[in-house]
Design a binder for this molecule. Sequence first.
Ligand SMILES: [Zn+2]
Length: 201
Amino acid sequence: MSEEFVACHDCDLVHRIPVGQEGRSGRCIRCGGVLFNEKRNSVERTLALAVAGAVLFVVANVFPFLSFDMQGRVTETTLLSGVRELWNQDMGSISFLVLITAVVAPGMQLLLLLYILVPAHLGRAPHQLSLCLRLLRRFEAWSMMEVFLIGIFVALVKLGDLADIVPGPAIFSFAILILVLAGAAATFDRRGLWRLVPVSA
Ligand SMILES: [Zn+2]
């Protein structure tokens, strides 16, 4: 059975472990830190979640997010029209933050996952795997859809007396997308991907 070397993230002790430990995890013999935690069918499961996420992302951005009925005057907003409205009301920095944390970062997260996982599913390593994985970490850190959603709920409670507010299909897609992205992050196995990269002498 082939083996590979894994350094402990916590104490740097190098271990030699057999390849192909799907569904198993291992701990460092010196400090007990987690050495590896290989998920079963990680590529297929994460790819399925990323495809579902991409559909939800499109729905969340194209369809109405909320509609307000204020004394017969109905206003519909989408995620992007909300961003534009903030910009028009001289809240440039908040508008930019919403755009980055609720639209750009999750969108880039999904694009990168698909870019990495489609070739991985076909048994090939994507070009620039290390760059993609680094970018993925960056965008994961900036993806804060749940914070945005909590902000929306707080605003809804406060506006509830002033207008009738009807949630649109986008807000439900947005909420499910948060769960799907969390699931994709949980099933994604970075370490396993490196086996697809040929080792050059
Ligand atoms: Zn250790």
